[in-house]
Design a binder for this molecule. Structure first.
Ligand SMILES: NC(=O)c1ccc[n+]([C@@H]2O[C@H](COP(=O)([O-])OP(=O)(O)OC[C@H]3O[C@@H](n4cnc5c(N)ncnc54)[C@H](OP(=O)(O)O)[C@@H]3O)[C@@H](O)[C@H]2O)c1
Length: 308
């Protein structure tokens, strides 16, 4: 399987990359989309150290910049004729203060959601060429905040890092539902779109970024068994990337988790299943991306789903 992992240099993305690379299956190919060339190359060296001959690569892209996303899309299309999977994973977690990207968005909204919106729409054509059943796996969680702040999408008045993370999580889940709707409505079973929520907290790079008092609390919780390692997370998630097209399709449009040794479906929030909200976010995202090619792809999908 040829899998593109956003944020594969640390945390959950790296865990999945390691486990997939460790499968020692020459048919697997991993592409890590990352913002640091050095970290990306180090990660490739690390995950391939026991299986040096396999073909893995990086694509440089800082997800705070839509210009970088456009370049990454062009590079991926230039170098690859198909993809089997995309792991929508990269994310900004803890932040000491609100930051605004060069595209004028709140950083969590853009990194965790909007840049992935543009990336995924532009990679659908490569996923459709997969012979294994193309799939997009979204790293998501159900959060206390279950809505989009429509009146203040960029959180200029009422920002907190948790709110930024939560809003982006809701946005990713709305996007997943919309994609699933568009493909199923046109009777197209070539792709699946799956939300996955890890049931335990993953001991990720976030632990190195958070303030000292939070780290002390987390360290105490680690001894109580609250955390799992990135490798354990990778092992849990790996089947989602390599399972058959039929198994993947059965999970499409669902929010899945892993408990008691098997994948289980979680109930999705009514807000996320609301078609009007899905459409509203879709339109808003297209306006924010303001990219002719992305708009063309979105319009084509809409037309096809309406049978035109
Ligand atoms: N940890 C958990 O228990 C948990 C649970 C549920 C969901 N999540 C979600 O999982 C995702 C990953 O979290 P994690 O805990 O694994 O975090 P992490 O260890 O901090 O990893 C985040 C990854 O995202 C990349 N990234 C951040 N900003 C980026 C940017 N501007 N452009 C490109 N890549 C960027 C990072 O790159 P660098 O290596 O360059 O920093 C890193 O590879 C997040 O969306 C998080 O909300 C985490």
């Amino acid at each position: 399987m040829k899998i593109l992992i956003t944020g594969g240099t640390n945390g959950m993305g790296k865990g999945v990359a390691q486990v997939l690379a460790g499968q020692s299956d020459p048919a697997h190919e991993i592409i890590i989309l990352c913002r640091s060339e050095q970290l990306g190359e180090e990660t490739i060296r690390e995950i391939t150290k026991d299986h040096g001959s396999y073909k893995h690569s990086i694509v440089l892209c800082d997800l705070t910049k839509l210009s970088d996303v456009k370049q990454a899309i062009a590079e991926i299309h230039e170098k690859h004729t198909y993809l089997d999977g995309v792991f929508v994973n990269a994310g900004l977690g803890y932040a000491a203060e609100r930051t605004v990207t060069e595209d004028g968005c709140e950083a969590h909204f853009q990194v965790n959601y909007l840049s992935h919106f543009m990336l995924c729409l532009n990679l659908l054509s490569l996923l459709e060429k997969s012979e294994q059943g193309g799939r997009i796996i979204f790293n998501v969680t159900k959060t206390k905040q279950d809505h989009i702040c429509w009146d203040d999408l960029q959180m200029t008045d009422n920002w907190a890092f948790e709110k930024g993370i939560h809003q982006a999580m809701v946005a990713k889940r709305l996007f997943l539902q919309k994609l699933n709707y568009l493909y199923r409505r046109r009777g197209d079973l070539s792709l699946s779109f799956i939300g996955f929520q890890i049931s335990k907290t993953v001991w990720s790079n976030q632990l190195n970024i958070i303030p000292a008092y939070m780290r002390i609390m987390a360290t105490l919780m680690k001894f109580l068994g609250t955390f799992i390692s990135i490798e354990e997370c990778g092992k849990i998630m790996m089947p989602l990337f390599v399972e058959s097209a039929d198994d993947s399709l059965q999970k499409s449009g669902k929010l899945m988790t892993w408990r008691e040794d098997r994948f289980r479906e979680m109930e999705e929030d009514a807000t996320v299943l609301d078609k009007e909200l899905q459409d509203r976010l879709w339109q808003t995202s297209l306006e924010l991306c303001s990219d002719a090619r992305t708009i063309q792809i979105a319009e084509h999908l809409e037309r096809q789903s309406q049978g035109a």
